[in-house]
Write a protein that binds this ligand. Structure first.
Ligand code: BES
Ligand code: ZN
Ligand code: ZN
Length: 488
């Protein structure tokens, strides 16, 4: 879908409909007059959940779509994102090919940001998810164009919305791919394509090279699969003198649990265990498109976790890239074992901050449910900035403690560390994070466990059921602000 900004008056718009987000009890008087003139009776009051499509035959735009935003006193940007989602749904249902957005609300929120949030919601809701359906049920009803119209220049906000939403959709689209399609090697291929498109460097290391490097963690997780693991390193602004961040993602293309096999129920959703790395690919895409002045290195080990005669057994000990030995207590705690190697490798590039993003623990869903991302880290300033960016993007985070007693829980009797804190699952999300911290070489570190938010089970108006790619907007916004603060 094309999105454009046009600086002009509402009277000059020609489109299938003008889309007007309105606050409760604040429908502009000219709209009420137009509706009256067209003989349309309406009881629209701007309350949330409403999206009305009303004909105004005498106008160059043939219809007005009124979208309720809700109460102005409680108004937040997320209301505009949700409204964008509702508008997309109503527009495609109504067979509209082109829409013109006009936001002219007087409220405490900055209008440019409201425009951005609305366009984000509109684009996110527009992604088709039934990618493997062979039968086209209805003729295609897709909105082809959204024009943002205003007498004030909002082009910067429109561009940001397009980059962010398209990056998020890029991730959602790839996350949908099943493990027989998006194999570890295919993930690496996708990374190469992305890097080439955006002028970034990208290197893929084969199993043989992983062996040479001594990446015993990633190798041990991939041993049960017929599809060999690979390591990917992508770099944006390589070699430039800019603040340098390392982004490390979990990329398990399918997590059966390995020998510590998962129950069958719900196992199909373990194809989404690659979301962390994909979200970071989306972030790299967004940073490149926005030409963000930051140096970013993405690292992930793509791997499939399967049971097999050759698979790693509980009780096995492996040597990681850092030299530390790991006792594998449970082969289903595989994400941290892969991240151990990837994080230690990223640390050799001497970044100023290492961030890892992973669908790491089912327990994250017990801690915060679907409402937030469990965060851990070593720098208060970084955690505070994440909290701020989380509130703005509505991809919210909450910190968990890094008390050293949690590290004691992952000490092994026979090796340096073990991959399970407690058989009972006590502090499962925290001990998983503390395990990763062991491999950061003491560099500033922040960790996001996205296991409870990567899939929409309770859809909202702009993200239907399916992969959410939540984290893309949050992390992109964090990296930009972090780099700006550190600016050299
Ligand atoms: N990929 C899972 C975590 C997960 C669970 C993500 C549910 C999304 C939804 C991870 O590899 C895993 O299996 N973790 C185990 C850890 C346990 C063995 C300590 C878990 O959460 O049960
Ligand atoms: Zn697992
Ligand atoms: Zn996993």
């Amino acid at each position: 879908m094309k999105v454009e900004f046009e600086k002009k008056a509402i009277e000059d718009v020609s489109a299938d409909a003008v889309v007007l987000p309105c606050m409760k009890k604040r429908v502009p008087s000219w709209v009420l007059e137009e509706l009256k003139e067209a003989g349309v009776e309406d009881d629209f009051d701007g309350s949330k959940e409403t999206a009305y499509l009303l004909p105004v035959p005498k106008k160059p735009y043939k219809r007005i779509m009124l979208i309720g935003i809700g109460d102005e006193k409680k108004g937040k940007l997320e209301d505009f994102r949700l409204a964008g989602g509702r508008a997309q749904k109503a527009a495609s249902k109504g067979g509209l090919k082109s829409c013109a957005l006009w936001i002219n609300e007087q409220m405490d929120l900055p209008t440019g940001k409201a425009v951005q949030a609305f366009v984000e919601g509109f684009l996110l809701r527009g992604l088709k998810l039934d990618i493997y359906k062979t039968e086209e049920k209805n003729e295609k009803k897709e909105v082809e164009k959204l024009v943002v119209v205003s007498e004030e220049d909002f082009s910067r906000f429109v561009k940001e919305a397009v980059v962010l939403a398209e990056s998020q959709n890029y991730v959602r689209r790839l996350d949908l791919e099943p493990s027989n399609v998006l194999t570890p090697q295919k993930m690496a291929d996708e990374a190469l394509v992305l890097a080439k498109k955006h002028g970034m460097d990208c290197r893929v290391y084969s199993l043989g090279e992983l062996e040479q490097k001594g990446m015993g963690g990633i190798i041990s997780v991939g041993k049960g699969s017929a599809k060999p693991p690979v390591l990917v390193r992508m770099a944006y602004n390589e070699g430039k003198d800019l603040p340098h961040i390392a982004l490390v993602g979990k990329a398990v293309t399918f997590d059966s649990g390995g020998i510590s096999l998962k129950p069958g129920k719900g196992m199909a959703s373990m194809k989404y265990d690659k979301s962390g790395a994909l979200v970071l690919m989306g972030v790299m895409r967004a940073l490149a498109e926005l030409r963000a002045p930051v140096k970013a290195t993405l690292v992930f080990g793509a791997v499939e976790n399967m049971p097999d005669g050759n698979a790693t057994n509980p009780g096995d000990v492996v040597k990681s890239f850092s030299g530390k030995t790991i006792e594998i207590i449970n082969t289903d705690a595989e994400g941290r074992v892969c991240l151990a190697d990837a994080v230690a490798y990223a640390a050799t590039k001497k970044p100023e901050l290492i961030m890892d993003v992973a669908t790491l623990t089912g327990a994250a869903n017990i801690v915060l449910g679907k409402q937030g991302i469990c965060m851990m880290g070593t720098e208060q300033g970084v955690l505070d900035l994440f909290e701020k960016c989380g509130n703005e993007t509505y991809e919210r985070v909450w910190p968990l403690p890094t008390w050293e007693e949690y590290s004691d829980m992952i000490k092994s009797d026979i090796a340096d560390v073990k991959n399970l804190g407690s058989e009972q699952g006590e502090a499962g999300t925290i001990t998983a994070g503390m395990f990763i911290k062991e491999f950061t070489s003491g560099l500033p570190w922040v960790h996001l466990d996205i296991a409870s938010v990567d899939l929409m089970e309770n859809p909202n108006a702009y993200l239907p059921k399916g992969p959410s790619a939540r984290g893309v907007r949050l992390i992109t916004s964090f990296v930009r602000e972090w780099a700006q603060k550190r600016g050299k």
